[in-house]
Structures are given as structure tokens and as C-alpha cells.
Ligand binder design. Structure first.
Ligand SMILES: [Zn+2]
Length: 309
């Protein structure tokens, strides 16, 4: 029997949120609790309490999916930078046992893309690539409203491929050390901090992304020069997505998707890095924004439950 209700959990370093969705993935309400970061038993119990409260509210047992700030290694052991008690734990097994139902866990990019491909901005498109551009730059591929699985969950991490020598020379760009250990990653130019650094590179003194967005609206020459460079680099990065994944639609989310000039200018910028015969994908901004995490978690939980029951 399929579940009538689906719960999406967003488990971060400070709080755990559970959102309850109906079968159309419309949100019915949400609950929050602080995250116990130092005691694993308290952590599991806290999630169980929230799920039990959701069950009571629905008078039914909902499916469960979660976005968690951790990675799972090939043996299923969790590693987390900001929830210490998860390290080395069999998180999925322990939650499955405690909640007495299957649970699916996935990363932000996958959950965002899944949400936008199912009733979101890219609803009904078969091949969708979702991109989150904010504190980082990452993405995921959905085909037929499902995330394409990959061996290590690395598919879509295009933010950690490097800019071309051509772009580097054209704009006399500095080479930045990326948090991943590589040098010159797209992320170090296109994420929020990268955009600020580019703005400084072109001569801005107050170089945060908000003052950049305001200056761009007034067509300030430094902001315009920064944007022309930014969109050229983004065009190259997104052109590589077209050649690798050939999506019908690219959905943009994350903080920088709030700068409307980016989505509007990307198709033309991508075309400059692609051969003539290529039909460009549509580039659109997300429908669900910040709530894509819990909504995508609810969808992946529902898909997982339907697969194994
Ligand atoms: Zn990197």
C-alpha cells in the first residue's frame, strides 16, 4: 500500500525540521526541534519524536526522506562536519529500525532538483538539470522525475571542474585555491564568494553580492564589467553541462538565482561556448526556493518507499 502522507526532514547542525506533505506534495505543516549534536541516542530519539508527532497529526504512517549535512561512505558510515555524534554511525540502518519504516537520505543538490522536476519550475520536463549557486556551486540530473544514481554521488559536481586557460587569460583572472583542494574551480568564481572576488578584481571596494546586484541594476560600469566576465565563465560552465547531460531545462536555485540578470543572460552566454547546431535548454529559476530541501526529501522518501513495498 502506498503512503498517503510523506515527510521531508531537513537535518542541519542547529535544527531539525520535519515538513508534512500530502500525496500531491503540498505542504500541510512543519515542526522543528534543536539538533542534538553530541549525543547519538538523543539525535535518533529527536528525529523519532518528530516523526511520531507527524504520524499523530496525520493519523497514519507517512514515508520519510531526509536531507542531512553528512556523507555516507561505501559501508554506510556517516561523516559529518557539523553533527559530531553522527561520525562512524550506521545512520540509515539505525533510523530505519527506530522509525520502523524505510528512510531515504540524499544531498541538497539532488533534493532541490527532484523537487523542481516534480511539480516545480521544471515540471513535466523529462531531462532536468538543477543547479544551486550560493555558498557553493553544485547540481544534479533528473530523468523521468527521478535522480539519476551515480557510484559515489558525485554526478553533477561540476563546480569542481576548472575554468579554461582561455577564460583565465582573457580576464587576467587570479587562480583561487578551492575548498576541495583543487585550484581554479568554477565554484571559486561563480559561487557567492567568487562573485565578490570578481567584483573586487574589477575594482569594486564594497564587494558583497547585495551591493553588486544593486550596482548592476543601475548599470554601474564596474558591476557591468564584473557581470560580463561572470556570465562568460558561467556560460562556459553551463555549456559543459549541455554537452555532458543535454537537459531540456536547467533550473537555478540558491542565493545568486535571486539576481534575475543571471538566468536571463545564460542562454546567450552558453551559446558562445557551444557549436552552432546545439539547441539551448531553457534556463529558469526555482519555484520552491528554500523549501526545496524538505519537499525534495519528502519526494525521495515517497519514491524509496514505493520501490521497496
Ligand atoms: Zn573545487
Amino acid at each position: 500500500m502506498t503512503n498517503q502522507f510523506h515527510y521531508g526532514l531537513d537535518i542541519g547542525g542547529t535544527k531539525i525540521e520535519i515538513a508534512i506533505f500530502n500525496s500531491k506534495f503540498e505542504c500541510l505543516g512543519c515542526l522543528r526541534a534543536p539538533t542534538p549534536t553530541n549525543n547519538y541516542v538523543d539525535f535518533i530519539n529527536s528525529i523519532s519524536d518528530l516523526v511520531n508527532q507527524a504520524d499523530d497529526y496525520c493519523d497514519s504512517q507517512g514515508s520519510v526522506g531526509a536531507g542531512i549535512a553528512c556523507t555516507l561512505n561505501s559501508e554506510g558510515l556517516a561523516q559529518s562536519a557539523n553533527i559530531d555524534c553522527l561520525n562512524g554511525r550506521q545512520l540509515i540502518n539505525d533510523l530505519t529500525e527506530k522509525l520502523n519504516r524505510p528512510i531515504a537520505i540524499d544531498n541538497d543538490s539532488n533534493l532541490f532538483t527532484l523537487s523542481e522536476a516534480n511539480g516545480g519550475a521544471a515540471d513535466k520536463a523529462d531531462v532536468v538539470f538543477g543547479v544551486i549557486v550560493g555558498t557553493g556551486l553544485g547540481g544534479a540530473l533528473s530523468i523521468g522525475q527521478k535522480i539519476v544514481p551515480s557510484a559515489q554521488g558525485l554526478s553533477g559536481e561540476f563546480g569542481h571542474t576548472c575554468i579554461s586557460a582561455n577564460l583565465h587569460a582573457k580576464y587576467q583572472l587570479p587562480l583561487h585555491q578551492c575548498g576541495c583542494g583543487l585550484v581554479g574551480c568554477y565554484e571559486s568564481y561563480l559561487a557567492g564568494s567568487g562573485l565578490s572576488r570578481l567584483y573586487q578584481h574589477f575594482g569594486a571596494e564594497q564587494a558583497d553580492t547585495i551591493s553588486f546586484a544593486q550596482a548592476l541594476k543601475t548599470k554601474h560600469p564596474v558591476a557591468q564589467a564584473t557581470f560580463d566576465c561572470y556570465i562568460d565563465i558561467a556560460g562556459a560552465a553551463f555549456a559543459s553541462l549541455v554537452l555532458h547531460y543535454d537537459p531540456q531545462v536547467i533550473v537555478l536555485g540558491g542565493g545568486l538565482s535571486n539576481i534575475p540578470e543571471i538566468a536571463a543572460s545564460l542562454p546567450e552566454a552558453m551559446a558562445k561556448h557551444l557549436f552552432n547546431q546545439v539547441t539551448l535548454p531553457k534556463v529558469i529559476t526555482a519555484k520552491f526556493g528554500d523549501s526545496s530541501g524538505v519537499r525534495g526529501a519528502a519526494i525521495i522518501g515517497a519514491q524509496h518507499a514505493a520501490k521497496i513495498t
